[in-house]
Structures are given as C-alpha cells and as structure tokens.
Design a protein around this ligand. Structure first.
Ligand code: ARG
Length: 457
C-alpha cells in the first residue's frame, strides 16, 4: 500500500487514485485524441499509434469489466493507465506522453468531466421540471387555489399552478447556469505541457477538435492553472441547491398537519419507529440539509485557489474531491425532488379553506383595489380597509359578511352592489390578469409556454 519509499503519511495525502479513478473515461478519451494528433503531426509512426490505440482499447475493457488493477504506487488515474499501457504493449506505450504533462492532462480530463456531468445534471433537471409541469397542469385543471404567503402570513389567493411554475422559473435559470459553465469549460488545455507549451510540432487545435472542445486554450500557463470552470459549476450547483431546498422546505411545511396542503408518497417518506401515525418527509429534509455539502465544496475550492501562484501546484489536486462530491450530491437531490414532486398528492379543499379562512382576510387587498379602481387614492383605500378588517375581526366576520349596506356605510358611496362578487376568490384571481399574474388565463398561457420551452407536453 502507498508509494514505495515514501512516508505513509505522504502517501495518504498525495495518492489520488481513490477519487480520481472517476476520470478514467475522460483520461482514455484524452489519450486517444492526443495520440491521434501526434500521429497526424508525424510525431508518432502509424504503427505506434495503432499499438497505443489497441492497448487503450484493452484497458478500457478492463475498466468497464471492473478488472483493471488500480494501484496506489502509481498515485493517480493518469499514471495508472499509462503504466498499464506499457505493461500491455511494451515500451512503445511510453511514447503516449510525448508533448504532454500530467498538468495539461488532468486539466483536460476535468474539463471533459465537467462538460459530461453538466449535461447529465441538465437531464435530471429536466426530469424535475417535467414533474412540476405535470403537477401544474393537473392543478390548473382542478382549479386549485392556495394563499400566496408573504412573511409566512396568508396574503392573497393564487393558483397552485402559478406557485409551482414559480419554482420552475428558478430551475430554468439553473439550467442556463449549467449551460454557461459548460460552455466556458469548452477550451482544451492539451498542448500546454507542464505549463510552458510543447517543444514538439503539435497541433492543439486538432486535439481540441477531436475532443469536442470549442477551441484550445490560448495561454499555456492559464491552461494548467485555471480552475474557474470548476468554480462556476460549483457556484451553479450551490444556487441550484438553494432552489431545491426552498422547494423541499415548502413540501415539508405543506405536508405538516398544520398546513395539510399535500400528502407525500409513501415512497419518499418514512414512518417513525415509535409513532405509528407518522409520515416523515425525510427525502425533502435531507435535500434541505445536503445544501451544506455543496456550499462547502464551493468554499473549499475558492479557498484552495485563493492566492495560489501560477501555474500548476499540487493544491489543484484538491479540486476533485470537492467537485465530485458536489456533483453527486446535487444529482441525488434532483432525483429525490423529482420523485417527491411526481408522486405528491395535493389537497384542494385544505388549500381552498386556507384561502377562505374566516380569520385570513385574503380578500382585503381586493377590497382596497376595488375602491382604488373607483377613484379613491390607493393609500386611502388601504387605510380604510385596514380599519374595516379590524372591525370585522372584532365581530368575528368575513368582509363579505358585513353586507353591502354596512360596507357602503363604512367605506362610502363608491361601494356598489357588485362589491360582494368582487370579494370572491374567483374574482380576485381573474382580476390579476396583467402580465405575470395569477389570473387563470395568464397561468394557462404561462403553462403552455413553459411546456414549449421545456419540450414537454
Ligand atoms: N493527480 C494530479 C492532480 O490531480 C495530476 C497532476 C500532477 N502533476 C504533477 N506535476 N504532479 O492534480
């Protein structure tokens, strides 16, 4: 175990094969492209290229089959694969590393990995978005309403579909951030060597093209030193986790007996070992908690990079545990939230009861708007309705239960016979018909547009 001749502690801190083995696909891909480019540039003989590609194909089979011998004495995935290549095809395998260093190799592998994983995370986001869209469509068909909350106080009626689409907006920006991060990672470091560039007549643009990068890096020092592409992915994932935690938190609150707005599936909840009636929202709770790991990974890499001199320093190896853990955590959180949303059952009556609650006065704004629409300055309307609410509360009545005559008497002649109708939930919803509002017609349009943007439905 460890590296022969080294202190075990040095081995323990230095050997990275335990985590960077995740890069084996990218390492093989990068090596193939590098070897092809070398052959095209006349640095490798065709027969040498052929031997190297054959050896790499055999190694790929071993890795796929799980029979590849990972060895700590070879430190990392790059040396493990290179040593195995030489074992299989002989000394010609040693030519693969011509015009390359592990510094540009690892930077290339990690960029390829970031690009692949960003695309996979995008698919997970699509699954969660699809689940939200399906719930929104069903909620709209049922006409589900619930209170809009501000300060966690009941404020105004909104459609549940509108609320769910709000979460979708945040997730759509998360997809954009992942796409941006992947696009900026699309420069290929191969050819930078240890950091000064290559002395061989190589063609970095060709390597970049073979690997599907947009272009090679422009500066060899930057090529091996830069990790802001990893920071960007971690920042995007941190923001994504914030959004998942807000969705999780609402489902936790809403599934409590106090709210009772939603019942979460047995498949994403657990029972208590002593209280038979319980259905605990563990999945959502753990998503809420796992944010910390992802934020921590961003922090760890920021700190590792801060003040680090150019170009390659071993500190850069520490980018990987943070990045790998954050990506795997976000991926799991997305899967849990997709399952949770997909199987959630919303309780229409409980949500409507909260909107129409006697002590909620969710239609107070409606009455102020009613007066304002009939010429009373809104500030004044707000003040008189506030007083009215206090009076109604003291009498234990809803605003509409005061009756047209009392409303006229208390609020003046602007109040007409149509006032009670204006105070209904349906009227309140229908009035919010300006762009981005919760009126059913706006939400129907918003839903259709969202389904089109997400390629769903
Ligand atoms: N395992 C190393 C890393 O992840 C690879 C690069 C090592 N380069 C070096 N000059 N020691 O950063």
């Amino acid at each position: 175990m460890g590296i022969p001749g080294k202190d075990p502690a040095l081995s323990a801190i230095h050997v990275s094969i335990g985590f960077d083995r995740r890069l084996w696909r990218e390492d093989l891909e990068g090596s193939r492209a590098h070897a092809r480019m070398l052959a095209e540039c006349g640095v490798l003989e065709p027969s040498e290229l052929e031997a190297i590609l054959r050896g790499l194909a055999e190694i790929e089979q071993e890795l796929e089959a799980g029979t590849f011998p990972f060895r700590e004495e070879y430190e990392d995935i790059h040396l493990n694969i290179e040593r195995r290549l030489i074992e299989r095809i002989g000394p010609v395998g040693g030519k693969l590393h011509t015009g390359r260093s592990r510094n540009d190799q690892v930077a290339t592998d990690l960029r390829l990995w970031v690009r692949r994983r960003a695309a996979e995370l995008d698919q997970r986001l699509l699954q969660l978005g699809t689940a939200l869209l399906a719930q929104a469509r069903a909620a709209l068909a049922r006409g589900d309403v619930l209170p809009l909350y501000t300060h966690l106080q009941r404020a105004q009626p909104v459609l549940l579909a509108h609320h769910l689409l709000a979460h979708l907006e945040a997730l759509e920006r998360d997809r954009g951030r992942l796409r941006d991060a992947a696009a900026r990672a699309a420069e290929c470091p191969l050819g930078a060597g240890a950091g000064a560039g290559s002395g061989f007549p190589i063609d970095p643009a060709r390597t970049a093209e073979l690997l599907g990068f947009a272009r090679p890096c422009r500066n060899s020092l930057d090529a091996v030193a830069a990790r802001d592409f990893a920071l960007e992915l971690l920042a995007a994932l941190s923001i994504l986790m914030v959004h998942l935690s807000r969705l999780a938190e609402e489902l936790i609150l809403w599934s409590s007996q106090e709210f009772g707005f939603v019942v979460l599936s047995e498949r994403v909840t657990t029972g208590s070992s002593i209280m038979p009636q319980k259905r605990n929202p563990d999945g959502a709770e753990l998503v809420r908690a796992k944010c910390g790991r992802v934020f921590g990974a961003l922090q760890a890499l920021l700190v590792a990079l801060k003040g680090l001199p150019l170009a390659y320093n071993k500190d850069l190896q520490e980018d990987k545990p943070a990045l790998f853990d954050a990506v795997e955590t976000a991926e799991l959180a997305l899967a849990v939230m997709a399952a949770t949303v997909r199987e959630a059952r919303f309780c229409s009556e409980r949500m409507r009861a909260a909107v129409e609650a006697r002590d909620g006065y969710a239609n107070a704004t409606e009455l102020a708007d009613y007066l304002a629409a009939r010429g009373m300055p809104f500030r004044q309307a707000h003040a008189v309705v506030r007083e009215l609410v206090e009076r109604a509360r003291a009498e234990g009545k809803r605003l509409e239960e005061l009756g047209v005559e009392r409303l006229q008497q208390l609020l003046g002649p602007r109040v007409g016979q149509d006032v009670l109708e204006a105070l209904s939930v349906e009227a309140a919803l229908a009035r919010r018909a300006a762009p981005m509002g919760t009126a059913p017609e706006r939400v129907r349009e918003a839903l259709a547009e969202a389904e089109r943007r997400w390629g769903v439905g």
